[in-house]
Design a protein around this ligand. Structure first.
Ligand SMILES: [Mg+2]
Length: 366
């Protein structure tokens, strides 16, 4: 099997409402669909969400990177030779979302060629996983309404709360969430580097009082001594996310004492490097969890496959609900969340098909 074409198709799909966090805001899914076709007619898909405030990529830069840098390496290659392809792609630095989507599309192809779903190829740790919903910044009433809807309609009982603005305001919101949702739900927090070290240390103690279990990226990890002081003084574990986006970066962060737990995302490390990061962390006794890059439906399907594939990830709720913000998507079968869980698809590869009419409607390159 040989790759014949690699396409990067920019999309624009409206959201029901904006999603806001300490480092940015999204109002529409301006994701890039990566489509890889082979000489035996198989087609693999991946989704690249541009996050300029985190990785510097835009939809235009992802399209250009796939077209000009990665496609020439991929065309003619065998999708099964993922280690060789990985090494060839690594000659270009950064471009994490573009690279992640390509890796996801390659696994989709391999799964289809083998007649096996991706989570089975990864190791089939579980058939379904508990999900966590990510609550964006808003007024306390808006944040509570979002959580209550997810709890009532989808049975979700784990929430990642965006924080990282004025601490007083954040604490009011978290307190309201805890009061409204009760003690049984899991709450953890993500500041997206919004605080300085002094604020983050106070925040970690107050969040611990509200039974918040973890704090993600409290300050910029480049504030080296500040971050280490937070890790030393925080009563709850500090999670690395946007500061830990490569295998070496994860190793450095853990060994330097910059983080104690790692969020892994298919949107930036695909399946291949996500699995390597999870293995590294497992060997060090560090917990990992599946994070959400405000993924669309395809990204959520891939994240669910990752969570179901690897035992270390199946333990923690997997963040796969943010596609519910979208008014529509290009995949024909939307992901299902029921009773607080998401199931891996049983069809070969990722088990998704693209709706040609929706793709024609939402693509912005024609
Ligand atoms: Mg995060």
């Amino acid at each position: 099997m040989k790759i014949t074409t690699v396409e990067a198709i920019p999309l624009a799909i409206p959201y029901r409402r904006p999603f806001t966090f300490a480092s940015g805001k999204v109002t529409a899914a301006d994701h890039v669909l990566v489509r890889i076709t082979t000489d035996d007619g198989l087609v693999g898909h991946g989704e690249a969400p541009p996050r300029p405030y985190t990785y510097g990529e835009t939809a235009a830069s992802i399209v250009a990177a796939v077209r000009d840098l990665f496609s020439p390496v991929l065309v003619g290659a065998d999708p099964f030779a993922r280690e060789r392809i990985r090494a060839d792609l690594a000659r270009t630095v950064a471009n994490n979302a573009a690279r992640g989507a390509i890796d996801v599309a390659l696994w989709d192809l391999v799964g289809q060629a083998c007649g096996q779903p991706v989570h089975v190829l990864l190791g089939h740790a579980a058939d379904d996983v508990r999900v966590a919903h990510m609550i964006g910044l808003g007024t306390p009433a808006e944040m509570v309404a979002d959580a209550v809807e997810m709890s009532d309609e989808y049975g979700v009982d784990a929430f990642k709360v965006k924080v990282g603005r004025d601490l007083g305001h954040d604490l009011v919101a978290v307190r309201e969430l805890r009061r409204e949702l009760g003690d049984a739900v899991e709450l953890y927090a993500d500041a997206n580097r919004g605080w300085d070290a002094d604020t983050a240390i106070v925040a970690a103690r107050r969040l611990d009082d509200l039974a918040v279990t973890m704090l993600e990226e409290p300050n910029p990890a480049d504030d080296v001594l500040g971050r280490r002081r937070i890790v030393r003084e925080s009563p709850i574990p500090i999670v690395g996310d946007e500061s830990t986006i490569t295998l070496g970066g994860v190793a450095r962060s853990l060994l330097d004492g910059d983080s104690q737990s790692i969020s892994v995302k298919v949107a930036r490390t695909g399946f291949t490097d996500s699995a390597k990061i999870v293995g590294l962390c497992e060997g060090l006794g560090v917990t990992t969890m599946v994070g959400n890059q405000i993924d669309g439906m395809l990204g959520s399907v891939a994240s669910t496959a990752l969570g179901c594939g690897l035992r270390a990830l199946a333990h923690h709720p997997v963040e796969v609900t943010n596609h519910l913000l979208m008014t529509d998507d290009v995949i024909a079968e939307p992901p299902v969340i029921a009773e607080g869980r998401a199931a891996a698809r049983q069809a070969p590869g990722l088990g998704v098909t693209i709706d040609p009419d929706k793709l024609a409607h939402y693509r912005v390159d024609r």
